[in-house]
Design a protein around this ligand. Sequence first.
Ligand SMILES: O=C(O)CCC(=O)C(=O)O
Ligand SMILES: [Fe+2]
Length: 279
Amino acid sequence: MAYKLSEEQITGYYRDGYIVFRQVVPVSLVRDLRREADKAADFAHKTDVNAQRLQPVDKHEGLLDLKPFREYAQLPELREALDQVLSPRHYTGNLNAMGILLSPTTMPWCTAWHRDMTLATSRLPVEEFVDIMLDWNSANQVNCPLYDDDCTWFVPGSNLRMRDMPGEVFAANNSPDKNWQPFGKVTDPVERERLCLNYTMGMPGAVQLRLNAGDFAMYRPIGWHTGNYTPYKKRATLHDAVFTPEYEAWWRQWIKGGSPRWTRKADLQPAAAAAPAVA
Ligand SMILES: O=C(O)CCC(=O)C(=O)O
Ligand SMILES: [Fe+2]
């Protein structure tokens, strides 16, 4: 096996809700993807100098050469890593869902601390919401940086519980602005950067993901997370989901505004690796 993860790394994913496959994207592919991502950034920043993403990638065929993205989607090392952590049924590199996360060009910015799905936004009954939250066949998300990227913060273990702690709710809402922008009306970039950092650091137990170009971070988007951005740290990070066929089908209906039902699947485990049954 060319790309081998340790058992400690794998159990870390199931405990903490995030994992990093270090240097999994080869140099030549990082180079080709950077060239396309730089075009994406130029294009997005023509309309909005502080645009922070272009999505989905395949909508921009023509502007972008999709060949390196397709090569990334088929990367054998990535396949091997996903097989080890999740299952051979999980896949990533979905060009019609994938975005490129970009740095703003003039103003620092941070997103509100959030879980990508809550009971209210899931449109699910509570039992199914709990099932989908805890199901490893459901939402797994990817940030794959083409330049070093320390923008994403995550609360390890928050993916395993539905309950929000009071300190988490306080930290997420700790903003002068009803749109949860902790910088309010501040337009000085240096001051604004500090306000964003203080807000981001205010989340109890949060860790900052420190990713290098060619790493692949996978995380449970149902855990508390946020992104904190400055114009002087160039960002071009592939942002994608890890789907199973059933989760992709669920998500595609849900994103269109539907209320598809969710049935929890048993955790997938190779038969040879199953633990002995003990009465
Ligand atoms: O910028 C990031 O890394 C996080 C983005 C995010 O949380 C989101 O798009 O929901
Ligand atoms: Fe998010």
